[in-house]
Design a protein around this ligand. Structure first.
Ligand code: WQD
Length: 332
């Protein structure tokens, strides 16, 4: 089976490509390398023994993307490509809407034209906004606090409409909670361009001394230690969720959102403590004011993933902290 992976050189994309190859899929990656490096292909080859086909291509450039669809018959597309910085999306909403939504429309139009009827979409728990209650299940109200989140929500709606119109189409909308960690080989890791926004890359920067200290955004929330709760999930568990979702898509039509989370919540301070304990290293931090738009607590009800995909997260928060740190110190 041939799988076309958009943004497959990125953090979650590259880990998923590894798992796809290990599960016997034939993979072609296209990526514009805006937030990733071509060297990741060498590392995928080192880990799996197979180098995926690669095409340098921006999803908004229809001509170059059509050439990729012309050269092979794909059984499915896994769509990771997209800008994903919350703060940047607030400053540059049109850039986000153009790239993420128009780029996705180009992919979908070409899928229809070339008869590719299975899509796994990289959605996000961000579509739940500030959930009323946790654990959050897929029927929770959808509400987005920023343009980045709205691109995910709008693309979900586009896929719901496409599947209503084309009864042969299958779209699994995977709502990721908080991806962290890295492949245990230490060869590939999260490698954000610019200043990372997410907690784990900032913990790592503080642990490495690249920043004087981590700022903990608020310790006055109504939680067990005053800091926000999130559902951190190992990127390899997330990758396995995509392989399971492919299986499901081949056997089922229509669109369906599915949470990919561990179902467990950890506070910011608990994650810092776990990181320090597992890696035997201090993470200097100070308490800073709350960050606008943060939810107090967001963690998944993952029963639908268990039921429909036969998938559940296997790696724990210690594995996430160990692998994240190994990836950071070994990565070049
Ligand atoms: C987690 C917690 C912060 C940084 C975002 C996106 C979401 C998804 C995952 C793509 C919060 C706290 C963080 C720091 C801190 N990305 N924090 N100091 O906000 O849950 O979700 O990333 O799909 O779409 O919205 O993740 O890692 O930014 O924050 O105290 O320097 O860590 O306040 O409580 P978030 P995060």
């Amino acid at each position: 089976m041939k799988i076309l992976v958009s943004g497959g050189a990125g953090y979650i994309g590259s880990h998923t490509v590894i798992r796809l190859i290990e599960n016997g899929y034939d993979v072609t990656v296209f990526d514009n390398l805006y937030n990733s490096k071509i060297t990741v292909l060498d590392k995928i080859e080192k880990i799996t023994g197979t180098r995926p086909d690669f095409r340098l291509c921006d999803m908004t450039e229809r001509k170059s993307l059509e050439a990729i669809f012309r050269e092979d018959k794909y059984d499915a597309v896994i769509h990771f490509a997209g800008y994903k910085a919350v703060g940047e999306s607030i400053e540059k909403p049109l850039m986000y809407y153009d790239n993420n939504i128009n780029g996705t429309l180009v992919i979908l139009e070409l899928m229809e034209k070339y008869g590719v009827k299975n899509l796994i979409f990289s959605s996000s728990a961000t579509v739940y906004g500030l959930p009323e209650k946790c654990p959050v299940d897929e029927t929770a109200p959808l509400f987005c606090l920023n343009p980045y989140g709205r691109t995910k929500l709008f693309i979900e709606e586009i896929l719901r409409d496409l599947c209503a119109a084309d009864k042969d189409f299958s779209a699994v909308l995977l709502r990721y909670f908080n991806p962290v960690g890295a492949h245990p080989s230490g060869l590939i890791a999260e490698d954000p361009n610019g200043i990372p926004n997410n907690l784990m890359p900032r913990i790592i920067q503080a642990a490495k001394g690249e920043i004087p200290e981590l700022q903990v955004f608020g310790d006055d929330y109504d939680t067990r230690d005053g800091t926000c709760i999130r559902d951190y999930i190992h990127v390899l568990d997330l990758a396995d969720g995509h392989v399971a979702a492919l299986d499901y898509a081949f056997k089922n039509k229509g669109s369906i959102p599915i949470n990919l989370g561990t179902g467990k919540g950890y506070t910011v301070l608990e994650l810092i403590n776990a990181f320090e304990k597992v890696n035997g290293i201090r993470v200097p931090y100070s308490i800073a004011p709350r960050r606008e738009g943060d939810s107090k607590s967001t963690y998944a009800d993952n029963s639908l993933a268990k039921k429909l995909l036969g998938w559940e997260a296997k790696l724990n928060v210690e594995d996430m902290c160990r692998d994240a740190w190994r990836g950071a110190v070994n990565y070049e």
